[in-house]
Design a protein around this ligand. Sequence first.
Ligand SMILES: *Cc1c(COP(=O)(O)O)cnc(C)c1O
Length: 450
Amino acid sequence: MHRDISKARAEARFMLEAIHTPDDQLTLEQRQDIARKTVENFRDNINKGFLSYRKSVTQAEDFAYTEWQGQGSVMRDVLGREFIDILGGFGLYSPGIRHPKIVAAVKAQLDRSPQYSQEMLDPLRAQLARVIALLTPGDIQNGFFANSGTEAVDGAMKLAKMYTGKAGFISTLKGFHGKSLGALSLLGKAVYREPAMPLLESVIHVEFGDAEQVERALSIARAVGQGVAAVVAEPIQGEAGAVVPPDDYWPRLREICDHYGVLLIADEVQTGFGRTGTIFGVDHWDVTPDIMCFGKALGGGVVAMSAFFAKARIWECLTPNPFMHTTTTGGNPLACAAALAHIEVMLDEDTPGQARDKGAYVMGKLSELKGLYPGILESITGKGLLIGMNFVDDEIGYKVAAGLFARRVLTAGTLTNAKVIRFEPALTISYEQIDEVLNRLEDTFKSIAV
Ligand SMILES: *Cc1c(COP(=O)(O)O)cnc(C)c1O
């Protein structure tokens, strides 16, 4: 695209005008313009691959579904078409979209100071660290804030290397930890790793849920003198499709790591802050990891926010030079205000308890559907409101995703990756909305079964 300053200004103005226009004053023509331009911009300036990948989004009637406004578990597109959201931004929207108390805290902080000076001591960040230290299991105490889950994982890896003086990691097949060069080294799928190789040296992958494979890998690493800094895993694998490990997995990982003098890192980016029915995923098994990573829901679905936290004795290695790991925007006041408000909402509204009860309800209903439609739904996995609907194959899964979309249920599922579709709504979704989704799901199954 050739440089054109006045066009750049006009294009910026186009969207600013839309943002500043009260929603009931946007004309149909303006709305259609936004939908049309969004497709063009994706095609020309983001990645045209998305348009073919997201067929059920882009081939909708005359205009692609273009998101515009959300509240709770309802997402409206720019033309006013309304969806019930059971994707929950892959766990971002645990308290619901635009929870009023979280939005209010962010607005109040926006009027005071949105970013840090970078030199004075910032009170919100310090207070949030204290709150999280009090929430986390065992003696987890110090933390660092960043913007994305990926950054939290990268920071945790770096801390583990600094503390142990070792380079290696043990990670899990199909595990998801982000796609930066560091986090990608841990990720457990060839398709994303191969083009970026070589990645970090000495990462060993083992199957998720089998602690004995971790033990074997550590004993071999010790025998051949290969240093391992940490074992990294999700308490419940999210991206892999809500995969719950056996109950003795995490307690065994704790024992094995202690035995070999290796750190245990729990990637709670998706499971943290209530998603699985407890505040943290590891709480199901009463395990205290050495380092924990947070992201997604931490900022309450309002501001991007992530963190890694560790025990004080591990953090010691960062104290002589606190600039060993830094970020300019991580843990900014808006993000901290959002996280503090989200934590208060989580405790006041008992969103972990809501996840537990609603999750049990959904799992029960899905089991009934599985009995009625065995040729479609193969199994149901997960805990709390991190639920995986496992279909018999990709094609059936894609038909379900497209069918749900046509029935205005927002979910994820692409042509090539739809065997497992996550049922991961806001923890505050109402039972009426859940029932409505289940009705539309059954309706979709019926249409596929004939
Ligand atoms: C989403 C996710 C990440 C990456 O977080 P981003 O905010 O997308 O960078 C890392 N780990 C887990 C377990 C995740 O689910």
